[in-house]
Design a protein around this ligand. Structure first.
Ligand code: ATP
Length: 304
């Protein structure tokens, strides 16, 4: 049996760095959102070997591939030693703040359970996922979600929606690790404040999302990583300015960059921006938000 699964991208509506923790990680608060842009993953059973096929030059096909790591972790955890070939058709830009690798890892854990007839407890899935990367647990939930801790403690929120998104990537790869290693000092103070109780934290985030929704989120876009990343890449400032000038309601860098997303009011406004920016030679893709329900449906109705 061969399984084909979409592996969706994410954007961050907000990303705040609360400070540096004693264990060296940064304490985050982020509002995450799944969007319609997706890779395609094809899983084919093989004889006792993990094989990754991907034509994208930025994606390793060895043991460092995040789908490979997910397969190995699942295999070690369950003792199941079946082989699998995973073909990754990359459509999500790589090292671009859209969580493509993390999404591939989550989709792999979901697909292999089906392929190998396993049913892991959600707790075990989340533990395996966060070993691979901080964004992986979010891709088990999808829709709009609050991420705290390293971003890997994820809580579902009411879905936000934006129909006319435009993603722009000028081909500047940004390594997440380097961005965090070079943060300005004001973002790396020790986390001094006691954590807000989770019930309050989610209630706060939910009310921020809900107020006047869906537009409410458009006025709250914020990413603490923007200033340090844009300072190194003036081209990103130009892209943001161009999108604003052409009528975007909101414009923000996603995650650690360098993809910029813009929210438009209508298909006409977005297609005007699409032709303007793609004319400049940048990768541009229209997208829309993907609600939790539609996200889960898409992952559960994988084709065999
Ligand atoms: P994040 O914000 O989650 O750190 P990102 O969206 O900025 O990640 P990814 O596209 O996930 O970036 O890629 C991060 C790195 O992971 C790249 O350097 C890439 O070579 C490597 N990588 C390993 N496996 C994959 C995969 N399956 N898909 C994409 N990148 C992968």
């Amino acid at each position: 049996m061969t399984l084909t699964l979409p592996s969706f991208a994410k954007i961050n509506w907000t990303l705040e760095i609360l400070g540096k923790r004693a264990d060296g990680y940064h304490e985050l608060r982020t509002l995450l959102q799944t969007i319609s842009l997706a890779d395609e993953l094809i899983f084919t059973p093989t004889e006792k070997k993990i094989e990754i096929i991907c034509e994208h030059p930025g994606v390793p096909c060895d043991k460092t591939n995040l789908s490979y790591r997910a397969t190995k972790l699942l295999s070690d955890f369950t003792g199941v030693e079946h082989g699998v070939r995973i073909t990754i058709k990359k459509r999500i830009p790589v090292a671009a703040g859209l969580g493509g690798g993390s999404s591939n890892a989550a989709a792999t854990l979901i697909a292999l359970q089906k392929l190998w007839g396993l049913e892991l407890a959600p707790r075990d899935m989340f533990t395996l996922g966060s070993k691979i990367g901080a964004d992986v647990p979010f891709f088990f939930i999808g829709g709009t979600a609050l991420g705290i801790g390293r971003g890997d403690e994820v809580y579902p929120l009411d879905d936000c929606s934006a129909e006319f998104l435009l993603l722009v990537n000028a081909g500047i790869p940004v390594a997440t690790r380097e961005v965090y290693a070079n943060l300005p000092p004001e973002l790396t103070n020790p986390v001094a404040t006691a954590k807000m109780p989770l019930s309050l934290e989610t209630a706060y985030a939910n009310s921020a999302v809900r107020r006047g929704r869906p537009e409410s989120i458009w006025t709250r876009l914020h990413n603490d990583l923007e200033i340090p990343v844009l300072a190194h890449h003036p081209l990103l400032v130009e892209i943001k300015q161009r999108l604003t000038k052409i009528g975007a309601r909101g414009v923000l860098m996603s995650g650690s960059g360098s993809t910029i997303f813009a929210i438009f009011d209508s298909e006409e406004a977005r297609s005007g921006a699409l032709s303007d920016l793609s004319g400049a030679g940048w990768w541009c893709a229209p997208a829309r938000t993907l609600s939790r329900k539609r996200y889960r449906q898409a992952l559960s109705t994988s084709s065999a």
